[in-house]
Write a protein of this length. Structure first.
Lengths: 228, 297
């Protein structure tokens, strides 16, 4: 699904965000990306998403090199990827339904399709009854579930979440992570960048650890950090 | 096809949604466009009218060729033939000195004793009055008639024609400059409007990006918004201009009936079409500048 070959990203201000990273994530995997702030997690996600291009190295997503990819093909790459963020990034002046439908409108879906598909994903995240509410009327956890529904609505092959539980309490975080696991069970590859040590340690999934731009650890059934 | 239609619908919805949102700025942008197009319209009307007036004046320009004394009928015939052969001459009329004196006497009034005071002699020369079909040839025709033997001197509205042309050229130049400046202003204001709209909607834009919207899908609503602003300005300009022009020319014809003004509605329709297109063009250029510079999608 995702392959990085010796990928480095240096910013013009001299920051070496990623140094010689090589990693492979297979289709259907569930992967945690951990490491301290500034370790390069966000850069890695931006590279997968082709928001930025690497300074060196080669990246494949879904079997295609995204370095050689033409600009006009980038939207099609992004349609295969669902994104979830720490701050939810919902549109405050639109209802839950409209926020999710928005992602479908953008890729040219028809009204019938939208009317059928949106309630389906809202049901999946348990928000079918909240469809006509506005984001400010919802709790943090509910808002994040709207964001997840939006990320899933176009049936992406890959779901990427950048600190999805960073603004949520422990119980709510667990609830959100359970949704990710459910999504993963249905065949979607899931990559979560997180600081939630307890969750990572409990789930014992694959863990890729970054530190100062380098991949320092990559283990299956891993933990957040080894005692040193 | 269906998908294109749906996209178009979406683009229109988005454009109008954002037009509703920042009202005052839209008002300013459309207003500036309206003012600049209004000035443009005035300038065009001025040029059209001065052209029209100078043409009317020019075609009324006559050449008077005063003749030497003591010419006989054959001489007159010969001169007449040569004048008629001059390029641009439409009509030649002989005015005898008796006729000229009678006209002069009439102008002085019945009570005046013109003939008596002249002592019964007629000091006026015979003359030909020449009308031209091609006003621009008046000067050259006058010069060549002046060289004919038997012609003493030639008179025409020297300078009037040239002044008319110069005036037209100046009006054109000044209005071009004013128009240009105002055009730049309206492009700038539309660009600012679109930029602020984009800033207000940066969240939406980035979300669109993340879910895989194409660049043009993101851009189109902004371009359309700019075009709508330009078109709205143009409509206001056309309405004000049309109304005030017809009112003004109506009044002018009452007061100054001899002054020729253009009242041909086809000319006006042409002008209004032009203004409308220019408005949309200004809007498109303005929004394109902002979309191009500030929307990295």
């Amino acid at each position: 699904m995702i392959q990085f070959f010796n990928v480095s990203k240096f910013y013009p201000n001299g920051v070496k965000a990623l140094v010689g990273a090589t990693l492979h994530i297979e289709k259907g995997e569930f992967v945690f990306l951990v490491g301290p702030s500034g370790a390069g997690k966000s850069t890695l996600i931006k590279l997968i998403f082709r928001e930025e291009l690497p300074t060196k190295g080669q990246i494949y997503v879904g079997g295609r090199s995204i370095i050689r990819m033409k600009r006009r093909d980038v939207p099609h790459l992004r349609r295969q990827i669902g994104m979830v963020f720490q701050d939810f990034r919902l549109l405050p002046d639109r209802t839950v339904f409209e926020n999710v439908a928005f992602a479908m409108q953008v890729v040219g879906a028809g009204p019938q399709e939208i009317k059928r598909r949106v309630p389906e994903v809202l049901e999946l995240v348990g928000l079918k009854e909240r469809a006509q509410m506005y984001p400010r009327q919802l709790s943090g956890g509910e808002q994040q579930r709207v964001a997840i529904a939006r990320a899933l609505v176009n049936k992406p092959a890959l779901l990427i979440a950048d600190e999805p539980t960073g603004n949520l309490d422990m119980d709510t975080s667990w609830e959100i992570i359970n949704y990710f696991q459910e999504i993963n069970r249905r065949g979607t590859t899931v990559l979560i960048a997180t600081h939630a040590r307890e969750i990572v340690d409990t789930l014992r999934q694959r863990v890729i650890a970054l530190d100062r731009g380098r991949v320092v650890r990559d283990e299956h059934q891993g933990v957040y950090a080894h005692a040193t | 096809m269906l998908m294109q239609l749906r996209m178009a619908l979406y683009v229109f919805q988005e454009a109008f949604r954002s037009l509703r949102r920042n009202g005052w700025l839209n008002f300013a942008a459309a207003g500036t466009t309206a003012v600049s197009l209004f000035v443009l319209g005035i300038a065009v009307l001025l040029v059209v009218n001065t052209n029209y007036i100078s043409k009317t004046v020019e075609s009324n320009v006559e050449i008077m060729a005063y003749l030497d004394r003591g010419l006989d009928q054959n001489d007159l015939k010969a001169i007449r033939t040569q004048i008629e052969a001059t390029p641009g001459v439409k009509e030649v009329r002989f005015i005898s000195k008796e006729e000229a004196l009678a006209t002069l006497a009439k102008r002085f009034g019945k009570e005046s004793k013109l003939k008596e005071s002249l002592g019964g002699t007629n000091p006026l020369p015979d003359a030909f009055r020449i009308r031209m079909s091609e006003p621009r040839q008046v000067a050259s025709a006058a010069a060549s008639i002046n060289r004919l033997p038997g012609v003493e001197k030639v008179r025409y509205g020297q300078g009037v024609v040239e002044k008319m042309f110069k005036l037209t050229a100046w009006i054109r130049l000044i209005s071009m400059v004013v128009m240009g400046l105002l055009g730049v202003c309206s492009v700038f204001l539309i660009a600012t409007t679109i930029r602020l709209t984009m800033f207000a909607r940066r969240r939406e834009i980035s979300i669109m990006k993340w879910v895989g919207a194409t660049d043009w899908f993101v851009r189109w609503p902004f371009l359309l918004e700019g075009m709508i602003l330009g078109a709205a300005g143009a409509l206001v300009a056309v309405a004000v201009l049309g109304f005030s022009y017809s009112a003004l020319t109506g009044k002018l014809q009452e007061v100054l009936a001899f002054l020729p003004v253009v009242r041909d509605y086809r000319v006006l329709i042409h002008l209004f079409e032009g203004l409308f297109t220019a408005g949309i063009g200004l809007g498109l250029v303005g929004s394109f500048i902002s979309v191009h510079r500030y929307l990295r999608v």
